[in-house]
Design a protein around this ligand. Structure first.
Ligand code: ADP
Ligand code: MG
Length: 336
């Protein structure tokens, strides 16, 4: 339904979107997850035709968003990060204006606006000025504007930012309701939110797609690996040497702490507990271990790891390679 191919966006020298490739299938809720500055809004603005790309293409229902914007845009409703609300209009006036812009036929306009107002529960405020509404209500008006015309795909950029917990629950319920008839793509920098509402998560970091899977698979793929953090009075090379003799280690990250000591994050292979081995290895090498502590891996860790550091866990790199190979195979098949 949506295909993003090799998308690149540069702001001057800054690479905000770095060769993104993904497909969106119909009938699911997709989450773009990434920290602030990851490139989520830029990607969404390009997908919806608000912003040009430096390189790459976006197809919406088979139409190139740049070459056939009108056809492509018919399939999408968009709630940008800063919804373009006109503060001096009433809710109804604004929705009438939006309906006209979307080319909804005059005869259908009134009924459709009423239907959308009921859907997002703003019928009771339709004659209020937008500037007098709370943030939660304004967000719903923005959502109503996106839903008008009932496009197949609804794209929401950080729909719950700035809302209080009660409003967040309401917006999430609304998104689930919308997803029964529409494909929904939302962005968020909050993992819990994406995990709760989305069927599929695309993790974006520094403009790159670093993972794409269901929340369950992401957790399964990485969740069974545990990490052990140690601090030792030794150089990184000595630490690596000692750990060489320890079985069950997937990989090691070492940070120098300025003085003599180093901290190492040891990723265990699935189902292993290497703490005893580590302790004995350091003891027999005569190197004092200052800290040794274990921690599990949650989706939270996965997210942190993927987005805060430059390291991509091996399991995911493999997964990404597999995906690329699959795509190559599909492309080859297409050529035949
Ligand atoms: P996100 O929505 O994930 O927070 P954005 O897409 O807004 O990320 O931004 C991605 C990167 O591009 C950031 O580093 C941001 O500072 C930069 N950026 C966004 N918009 C502009 C702009 N109009 N001009 C220059 N840099 C921009
Ligand atoms: Mg953003």
């Amino acid at each position: 339904m949506i295909e993003v191919r090799n998308l690149v966006k540069k702001y001057g020298n800054h690479l905000a979107v770095d060769h993104l490739n993904f497909k969106i299938e119909s009938g699911r809720i997709y989450g773009f997850l990434g920290p602030n500055g990851a490139g989520k809004s830029t990607t969404m603005n390009i997908m919806t035709g608000y912003l040009g790309a430096t390189e790459g293409e976006v197809f919406i229902g088979g139409h190139n968003i740049l070459k056939e914007p009108e056809e492509a845009k018919k399939h999408i409703g968009y709630l940008p990060e800063q919804p373009p609300l006109y503060m001096d209009m009433t809710v109804r006036e604004y929705l009438e204006f939006a309906a006209e812009l979307k080319g909804i036929k005059k005869a259908k306009r009134e009924d459709e606006i009423t239907e959308v107002e009921k859907l997002v529960k703003i019928k009771d405020v339709e004659h209020r000025l937008i500037k007098n509404l709370s943030k939660g209500y304004r967000q719903r008006v923005g959502l109503a504007q996106a839903v008008l015309g009932f496009p197949e795909i609804i794209i929401l950029d950080e729909p719950s930012v700035g809302l209080d917990p009660k409003q967040i629950i309401e917006i999430r319920e609304l998104i689930r309701k919308l997803a029964k008839k529409h494909t929904v793509i939302l962005s968020s920098h909050i993992l819990a939110e994406v995990r709760e509402v989305c069927d599929h998560i695309l993790i974006i970091s520094k403009g790159k797609l670093v993972a794409s899977d269901t929340p369950e698979n992401l957790e399964r793929l990485l969740g069974e690996h545990n990490t052990v953090e140690i601090e030792a009075d030794a150089s990184p090379s000595d630490i690596r040497l000692v750990l060489k003799s320890v079985p069950g280690i997937e990989r090691i990250e070492i940070k120098e702490n300025g003085e003599e000591a180093c901290t190492a994050l040891i990723h265990e292979k699935k189902g292993q507990d290497v703490r005893g081995h580590i302790f004995r290895a350091f003891a027999s090498a005569g190197i004092p271990l200052l800290t040794l502590k274990a921690s599990g891996t949650t989706l939270e860790d996965v997210f942190m790891e993927l987005t805060q550091k430059d390291i991509i866990p091996e399991a995911l790199t493999k997964k990404a390679e597999e995906l690329e190979q699959e795509e190559e195979v599909q492309e080859d098949a297409g050529d035949l």
